[in-house]
Ligand binder design. Structure first.
Ligand code: HEC
Length: 122
């Protein structure tokens, strides 16, 4: 019994240790809704999107393996807050980018980012 009591705080703290991909964990966002928003907004017109069979546009970079990329568009750190801002309004987030602003609400942009992180692992 004493051992259990002694171990309990240890176990609890161990549970709080962030997993390796903690930085991409987005508890408020829903990847399933994100995929729907991706289809509706038409991201596939310019991108190969993982899990999307059609369309598979080529004018933008493929989003396969996006979760493992260090940078967004080669210039922004690949973090949830920046990705949310970028997929919604890329020109405002990264001046000079060729990615257009997209008709997404902030909530939809969060869901889209969650989908790219969840599905974009190699
Ligand atoms: C009209 C074409 C077009 C559409 C539609 C489009 N994009 Fe893009 N996107 C681009 C281009 C071009 C780039 C490359 C930008 C750059 O390198 O500056 C890009 C870059 C990106 C990147 C960064 C990729 C990387 O490898 O760093 C992400 C993420 C992204 N787009 C997500 C989306 C999402 C999500 C949607 C739909 C909501 C979308 N895009 C719709 C053209 C488009």
């Amino acid at each position: 019994m004493h051992t259990v009591r002694a171990l309990l705080p240890l176990l609890l703290t161990a549970g709080c240790k962030p997993p390796p991909d903690e930085a991409q964990h987005m508890p408020q966002a829903d990847p399933v809704r994100g995929k729907q928003a991706i289809v509706r907004a038409g991201c596939g017109a310019c991108h190969v999107v993982p899990g999307l069979r059609w369309p598979q546009g080529q004018s933008g970079p493929s989003l396969e393996g996006f979760a493992d990329q260090g940078l967004i568009a080669g210039r922004l750190p690949n973090r949830p807050d920046l990705l949310v801002a970028y997929v919604r309004n890329a020109p405002a987030t990264l001046p000079g980018t060729t990615m257009p602003a997209m008709p997404l609400t902030d909530g939809e942009a969060r869901d889209v980012a969650a989908y790219l992180y969840a599905s974009g692992k190699r």
